[in-house]
Ligand binder design. Structure first.
Ligand SMILES: Cc1ncc(COP(=O)(O)O)c(C=O)c1O
Length: 344
């Protein structure tokens, strides 16, 4: 997509800070940097995706800024990102969410003047909300004239947006990126970064971070508590050959990753950031000294104050686990996330 000159709010999407972590793994003899996407104006990496998909659709003529209605299924960050960009362009936006969407996200969507459709019952066959939300999107598309569905799960402008994410990382580090840890949901972030890495022959080893219970890499489905990374349906953008290795991280490991990050680095990061942190901790002994490692942190912990950063919620879900982030680091081999599985 030819990038046109941006003004106003869209002009400040991207260009997020790369923070060097110094205390997370004291004995680590490599550089560790995190790309903090919470500093986008809508609070997550999905600002990039939302902007790229809508600009792409305007440029291709699929979306008419005068009369189109944007409809998307999202329970979180993409919905907020789209609501923000739709408001900027003056577009009507209907966001299909489900009963698991947090009240904070509903408030945010409504503050941006999105119309919110709540799907209250999961799909009968799978027990998951995603198929039920997608069914509702299709019904709305059929019923509303000039409706446009960005469909982040299959839209090529989703990964394309993240070629820019990787360009920013590579340029800041003068193309020296030995390891990239990125979580997977739609596969947009990882795919776009991998495409940039391949095109520019950076030689970066790509570690995909998925949730235990996600089906993206053909693991058996199981209930998951944290939104963001992982999926109950394999996204069409998935390309396992782009990933050198994949690490599956449990909800508890992701929570411990978030809490440890906050304790050691004062970085308030979201669940998938905790997951990539847990993956790095499990993998760290395999990284040769002197390497440069980058972790992508898709959003901030302020969206998880009722869950990951709420002691009562953590105790209810996992029991008394506070010692896991207050103690010394576990040996890498002892963390379940160390069971990295080669893919492809
Ligand atoms: C917090 C968070 N982490 C990770 C992801 C996964 O990113 P992607 O969809 O680009 O694979 C998402 C996607 O919505 C997200 O919101």
């Amino acid at each position: 997509m030819a990038r046109r000159a941006l003004h106003g709010l869209p002009a400040v999407i991207g260009g997020t800070p790369l923070i060097e972590l110094q205390h997370l793994v004291p004995e680590f003899r490599s550089r560790l940097l995190v790309k903090t996407e919470r500093f986008n104006p809508g609070g997550s990496i999905k600002d990039r995706t939302a902007l790229a998909m809508l600009l792409g659709a305007i440029e291709s003529g699929d979306l008419d800024p005068e009369r189109s209605v944007v409809i998307e299924s999202s329970s979180g960050n993409l919905g907020v990102g789209l609501a923000q960009i739709c408001r900027y362009f003056g577009l009507r936006f209907i966001c299909v969410v489900d009963a698991k969407t947090t009240s904070r996200n509903l408030e945010l969507l409504r503050a941006y003047q999105a119309e919110v459709e709540v799907v209250s019952r999961p799909d009968e066959e799978s027990g998951e909300f995603l198929p039920a939300r997608l069914r509702r999107v299709r019904e709305l598309l059929a019923a509303i004239p000039h409706a446009y569905w960005p469909n982040q799960y299959a839209n090529p402008n989703n990964p394309r947006a993240h070629q820019q994410t990787m360009r920013e990382i590579a340029q800041a580090l003068e193309d020296r990126v030995d390891y990239l840890f990125a979580s997977v949901g739609t596969f947009g972030t990882l795919r776009g970064c991998a495409e940039y890495i391949r095109t520019h022959r950076l030689g970066t080893r790509i570690i995909g971070v998925d949730a235990v219970g996600s089906v993206i890499f053909d693991q058996p489905p199981a209930p998951r508590l944290l939104p963001g990374h992982g999926a109950s349906i394999r996204p069409p953008l998935t390309d396992a050959s782009l990933v050198d290795e994949v690490v599956h991280v449990s909800d508890l490991e992701a929570v411990v990753g978030c809490r440890r990050l906050l304790r050691r680095e004062a970085v308030l990061a979201g669940g998938s950031s905790g997951a990539v942190t847990a993956a790095l901790l499990g993998y760290r002994d395999r990284i040769p000294a002197g390497s440069t490692c980058v972790l992508i942190y898709p959003d901030g912990g302020d969206r998880y104050l009722d869950t990951i950063f709420n002691d009562a919620w953590v105790t209810e879900k996992f029991g008394e686990v506070a010692h896991l982030w207050k103690d010394a680091l576990p040996p890498a081999a002892a963390t379940p996330a160390a069971g990295a599985q080669p893919v492809g």
